[in-house]
Write a protein that binds this ligand. Structure first.
Ligand SMILES: Cc1cc2nc3c(=O)[nH]c(=O)nc-3n(C[C@H](O)[C@H](O)[C@H](O)COP(=O)(O)OP(=O)(O)OC[C@H]3O[C@@H](n4cnc5c(N)ncnc54)[C@H](O)[C@@H]3O)c2cc1C
Length: 388
């Protein structure tokens, strides 16, 4: 079977690329080994799909080359995506920090993309597992449904996170087969696991969420932190996890909007027990545990000013040494990927292998939390779709 383009991976990047290439009149075959297309779009944003961010900027991406994403982001903006949603009367809203979500369901986005793909004449073939690729005169794609041929080949196979949803390493394998470098891979936007001792404490606090400021390696994120049975999660923690390296300590400000010492000193004359005072600032379960760990509890008037200073400092600068992240099983994305130095930032085509393109998460471009990863998938897919 001969096609102008084969795209491997019917996720966000593959669908967008297929639509754009199809609109140019190219015959496009979109392959995926899953039962359904766009499984990650479906579960994204807790089923509401945080599809983009109005504060789109290259600074929100991690990559060996921070300039690489600029061209694609400039050619496909958040407004381009919302324009498409509006054409389909899909309602969306800004949740916080510029994050745009569907009002109803991520399935609205998925149906829209499938509809657009249908209109562009794209053939989507599911349950089709790609096991290898060769280049002769054309690209030969080896699958469980036979060998397929195309003039151009787009790799949109995503990263390693959430293997239950169909993630495989085939994209990296194909890159290496064509002599392209792949930068080291690791889980990004992932919850942390803590050691046995911390785990006991965090387990007891499991389910509690606090607004914090967390920092690591000079990066700082403000948002919710969630205690889990395994350790720490929540948006602020996921954000910082993409910058964390084994052995790094997390510094957590548990009262980012207030001055703990000022609060303590203002109440120093009273007989309120420390755990009751802290319960005015935090959930009671947390206040109790914090006192057991760090301060004991007695009437505040019986603490010396030095003790209050130490406690305040601890609340603003709590240090945690995570054992690791919870890995690809729980990571939203994969850090690292096909080295951007190997590709044209305008077209996503491999310099060493004309006709071969890489789009989406398989590349060494990883967004922060907040709609940046899906937007990278749309923008890079759109770019390659103009040229493949
Ligand atoms: C739980 C969760 C929630 C998320 N929420 C958000 C969010 O709200 N906003 C946001 O911006 N990002 C979110 N992300 C990240 C975002 O979903 C991904 O970055 C994005 O979907 C990547 O798109 P992609 O097209 O590059 O890859 P994918 O969507 O992973 O698509 C790759 C496709 O390739 C197919 N494939 C793999 N191997 C083979 C093979 N050998 N043969 C055939 N097919 C193959 C897979 O089945 C898959 O369909 C979330 C991720 C997760 C895990």
């Amino acid at each position: 079977m001969k096609n102008d383009i084969i795209i491997i991976g019917a996720g966000a990047a593959g669908l967008m690329c297929a639509i754009e290439a199809g609109k140019r009149g190219r015959s496009v075959l979109l392959l995926d080994h899953a039962e359904k297309a766009g499984q990650k779009i479906r579960i994204s944003g807790g089923g509401r799909c945080n599809f983009t961010n109005i504060h789109m900027a290259p600074e929100h991406y991690l990559s060996g080359n921070p300039h690489f994403c600029k061209s694609a982001l400039a050619c496909f903006t958040p407004r381009d995506f919302t324009g498409l949603l509006e054409k389909y009367n899909i309602q969306y809203h800004e949740k916080e920090k510029g994050q745009l979500f569907c009002r109803k369901s991520s399935l609205d986005v998925l149906r829209m993309l499938q509809d657009e793909a249908g209109k562009a004449g794209v053939e989507i073939r599911l349950r089709c597992k790609v096991t290898g690729v060769r280049k002769e005169e054309r690209f030969l794609v080896i699958t469980n449904q036979g060998v397929m041929e195309s003039e151009s080949l787009v790799i949109a196979t995503g990263g390693l996170s959430f293997p239950d949803l169909g993630a495989t390493g085939i994209g990296y394998h194909i890159a290496r087969h064509f002599g392209l470098r792949v930068t080291p891979l690791s889980p990004g936007l992932a919850p942390f696991e803590c050691d046995r001792n911390d785990m006991k404490i965090f387990g007891a606090l499991s389910g509690i969420s606090l607004p914090v400021r967390v920092s690591c390696r000079g990066r700082e994120f403000q948002g919710e932190m969630l205690f889990t049975h395994h350790g720490l999660s929540g948006p602020a923690i996921l954000q910082v996890s993409s910058y964390w390296k084994p052995g790094d300590i997390l510094k957590i400000d548990l009262l980012p909007a207030s001055d703990a010492l000022e609060i303590f000193r203002a109440r120093h004359g009273s007989r309120i027990e420390m755990h009751n005072l802290l319960a005015e600032l935090f959930p009671r379960r947390f206040a109790r545990t914090w006192c057991d760990l760090h301060a004991g509890s007695k009437p505040i008037c019986r603490y010396s000013d030095k003790e209050l200073m130490e406690m305040a400092a601890q609340l603003h600068n709590w240090e945690i040494l995570p054992q690791g992240t919870q890995g690809y099983r729980k990571a939203e994305v994969t850090l690292g990927g096909v080295d951007t130095e190997e590709l044209s930032s305008k077209t996503m085509e491999a310099r060493k292998a004309p006709g071969l393109y890489f789009v989406g998460e398989v590349l060494d471009v990883t967004g922060q939390l907040g709609g940046y990863n899906l937007h990278w998938a749309w923008a890079s897919g759109y770019a390659a779709g103009q040229y493949a």
